[in-house]
Design a protein around this ligand. Structure first.
Ligand code: ADP
Ligand code: MG
Ligand code: MG
Ligand code: MG
Ligand code: MG
Ligand code: MG
Length: 694
């Protein structure tokens, strides 16, 4: 989340009138950046992570755990702590070595019960810096905790299990059904009070013409009544027109029903941003990391509970997608097109729909056949000098309306700013984001990886951050090719939602990752839009295409274990996948990362620490270890308060939160699991994993 601007936010009908102006000015700002930065070269390979937290209130002597809504106070305390700055400069904070790095940065988030942290400065290219990531994440958690009350804790569960269950789930408690969200489950005060957030939620609702519908299939346990009717839905409310939604079928049988942005944007994730050396490399990374998105989502699965019930899915993604889905009935295809401009197949929070690289290996068959593009905007960008592919990308993002418009911004267009461009860019929440350099700044072209769920401990968060970094290095070092059709990535994203997808599902993945022919560039760009389709033409083509077979022959379905560990991986000496046909061997991402590391000069200590991270990923992929989602399900299942009816009680939630806090404390202290009574902890984290320690 970027900086929060102050001003007068327009309500939807007013904002809609200015949508075209904001888009036009946004495009002018984008062209300004483009022309300034397209030739930027030799930027450093920097990267940074973002970790999001829930702030919970927990006291082992109290009957329940609540969400704390003190985000603003906590951020204030963090900002005004001169003593902390001094301690940090000395290199010791909260008993943890902080090195000589600048203070970590804490940011607000949508939920008033959330925080976000980033390192004080981005990480560099050196592999030995990777072992500073975990201590830095732990330091951030310690600092955050130090600025909370003794019964408040920053935890990294993706969602609070009881958010939205009737009764008291936050402190302070507020009544539901506020004018902005109009939710029957959460109060308006659940959102960050900065005007941007309630306006975002209200304008999405108004544009849609009804509340958002966030329905998650309920997990059917042996005592779950079937068909299951969400017992928390109130059909008798008559305060707002939107109260009719549930009477009009918004809450179908066998689904947990939620009706507000907070149910999606109130979830926590782990994001990684890379700076590329130039725009070409940025475009390459955007494309090559994109097919990995669903794999990372399935591997990090951590979201099995919503609104007090076990869900039948494991990840947060679709719930966020629905929680900010502003499409009108016409755009959704539920009504004939009259005032809306297009049918739009995806929410503005969804998996990627474009490839943007100038790589000649990018075949037209990989593009999304359903891509919707604003041709006027595309033409404007191309007149301004942008190539077809990138113009297509941004003209796709710009099919959306700007949701939050400040009237002060409509007076004059400032080409040294990016506010109008960012208005559209930062409310297109795809699983990758291509970030142009800000104006007048040393920052380069960046690519953000956004699908991962936050993990319970910083060991795991560091492991996934480091893994993503190492895969990126392997991509650049070996010029790996992960291209598959975008429609297959979209399908994989759905697959990643299934319970235990990491173990039971298979994902479309490219069979041969290595370049098989010489790169030769054609000087002419492909002919564009003669056919009237919106499929872009890659800028350069090989002059002599090899006999390219059908695209369908380039990929096949693979398990996460095959993708991560390769077809030769064995648990306890038994080679498992028996369905592998001759010639379908696959090297696996971890072995590729290992060969990359072998090719580098890595000191023993760094290599050992990196191995502990790769080992976690390897064993999550193979099923030796559990995802957080599996661990939480198992925790619920064995809890004496659980009646095998899918309901997650207050007591259970309190104990789960307590277990998560206890795990975090052990992690921070580095004392291992000995004597810990948290069920399943060994399956989640494995045993002791130090490097040459006790
Ligand atoms: P947003 O919320 O818009 O995604 P944030 O500022 O919260 O952005 O986080 C961006 C991440 O990118 C942080 O981890 C930060 O350290 C990192 N970062 C900052 N500058 C650069 C850079 N030049 N290159 C790579 N990463 C960067
Ligand atoms: Mg964030
Ligand atoms: Mg951020
Ligand atoms: Mg931002
Ligand atoms: Mg209220
Ligand atoms: Mg981010």
């Amino acid at each position: 989340m970027g900086l929060l601007q102050l001003g007068t936010a327009l309500d939807w009908p007013e904002a809609q009138k200015h949508a075209d102006q904001v888009r036009k000015w946004g495009i002018k700002q984008l062209l300004e950046i483009w022309n300034k930065a397209k030739t930027k070269e030799r930027d450093a390979l920097l990267w940074g992570d973002e970790v999001e937290y829930l702030v919970v209130i927990y006291d082992k002597d109290q009957p329940k755990s609540l969400l704390s809504l003190r985000q603003a106070d906590i951020l204030d305390a963090l900002k005004n702590d001169a003593a902390l700055a001094a301690l940090c400069a000395e290199g010791q904070v909260g008993g943890v070595s902080s090195g000589q790095d600048p203070l970590p940065v804490f940011h607000p988030e949508f939920g008033r019960f959330m925080l976000e942290s980033t390192p004080g400065k981005p990480w560099g290219i050196e592999l030995k810096e990777l072992i500073d990531v975990e201590p830095n994440m732990k330091l951030r958690r310690v600092i955050a905790k130090d600025h909370m009350r003794s019964n408040e804790f920053p935890i990294t569960l993706t969602t609070f299990p009881r958010l939205g269950f009737p009764g008291v789930f936050s402190d302070p408690h507020y009544p539901v059904s506020g004018p902005k969200l109009r939710s029957q489950f959460v109060p308006d005060e659940i959102a960050n009070p900065h005007i941007r957030f309630p306006t975002l939620a209200a304008n999405i609702r108004t544009r849609r013409g009804r509340k958002v519908q966030v329905n998650v299939p309920v997990f059917r346990d042996k005592n779950t009544p079937w068909p299951w009717k969400d017992p928390t839905v109130n059909y008798a409310l008559h305060q707002y027109p939107e109260d009719d939604d549930v009477r009009n079928g918004a809450a179908p049988d066998n689904y947990i029903h939620m009706d507000a942005m907070a149910f999606g944007m109130g979830s926590c994730c782990l994001q990684i941003t890379f700076q590329a050396k130039n725009i070409t490399e940025g475009r390459q990374l955007y494309d090559q990391l994109s097919p990995l998105g669903p794999v990372l989502l399935a591997l990090t699965a951590a979201t099995p509970i919503y609104k007090g019930f076990l869900a039948d899915t494991d990840v947060r993604w679709n719930q966020i997608s629905r929680a900010v889905d502003d499409r009108t009935p016409e755009e959704l295809g539920e009504a004939p097109l009259k005032t809306s401009r297009w049918r739009i197949p995806k929410s503005r929070y969804a998996s990627n729909s474009t490839y943007i690289s100038t790589d000649p290996r990018l075949r037209p068959e990989y593009f999304d056949p359903d891509l919707v593009v604003d041709e006027t905007i595309k033409a404007e960008l191309m007149r301004g000098g942008m190539d077809d592919l990138l113009a297509t990308h941004f003209a796709h993002l710009f099919i959306r309306d700007p949701i939050v418009i400040f009237s002060e911004d409509l007076q004059t267009l400032d080409l040294s700013q990016t506010n109008h461009f960012e208005n559209l860019q930062s409310t297109n929440w795809q699983h990758m984001r291509f970030k142009p350099p800000p104006p007048d700044n040393s920052i380069g072209w960046r690519v953000e990886v956004r699908p991962m769920e936050v993990q319970i401990t910083d060991f795991e968060n560091a492991a996934f951050a480091v893994f993503t970094v190492l895969v990126t290095r392997a991509i650049l070092s070996f010029d790996l090719n992960f291209y598959i059709p975008l429609a297959r990535i979209t399908a994989n994203m759905e697959t990643a939602h299934k319970r235990d997808a990491v173990l039971n599902e298979r994902f479309y993945f490219r069979k041969n990752l290595f370049r098989t022919r010489r790169r030769r560039r054609s000087p002419h760009a492909g002919d564009s839009s003669a056919s009237g389709t919106s499929t872009p033409n890659p800028q350069s083509r090989p002059e002599t295409p090899l006999n390219l077979g059908p695209v369908e022959d380039e990929y096949r379905l693979m398990s996460i274990n095959e993708i991560i560990n390769g077809t030769h991986y064995s648990v306890n000496g038994c080679r498992e996948p028996s369905h592998i046909a001759v010639g379908e061997d696959f090297p696996g991402l971890i072995p590729l990362v290992e060969s990359y590391l072998d090719s580098m000069n890595v000191d023993v200590k760094t290599r050992c620490q990196l191995s502990t991270y790769l080992d976690l990923i390897r064993r999550r992929a193979s099923g030796e270890l559990w995802t957080a989602a599996r661990w939480i399900r198992s925790y619920v299942d064995q809890h004496p308060d659980y009646k095998h009816d899918s309901a997650v009680s207050e007591t259970l939630t309190k104990d789960l939160v307590g277990a998560v806090i206890a795990i975090g404390e052990r992690e921070t202290q580095g004392t291992g699991w000995k004597g810990m009574s948290v069920p399943g902890i060994d399956k989640l984290m494995g045993g002791f994993r130090g490097c040459g320690g006790p």
